[in-house]
Design a protein. Structure first.
Length: 71
């Protein structure tokens, strides 16, 4: 059995082979990150849409109705 340098780094203990990572994945830009970014963009677009709708509602409530003001 091979001796390890310390107890926190046992050599030959489980794990198996690691998956070969592409260059993009090594830079943390893999497909999982692309999905996360798409999800974040979708959430932001939904939030902006809700904020615009709310602003339109507040804008419409703030403006007096011109038809009733004229006599």
């Amino acid at each position: 059995m091979t001796d390890s340098k310390n107890i926190n780094n046992p050599v030959g203990q489980g794990g198996g082979q690691r998956k070969k990572l592409s260059r993009a994945e090594r830079q943390n830009n893999g497909p999982h990150r692309n999905l996360d970014r798409k999800g974040a963009a979708d959430k932001k677009a939904e939030l902006v849409r809700k904020m615009r709708e709310k602003a339109r509602g507040a804008e419409a409530a703030a403006q007096p109705n011109d038809d009733t003001a004229q006599g």
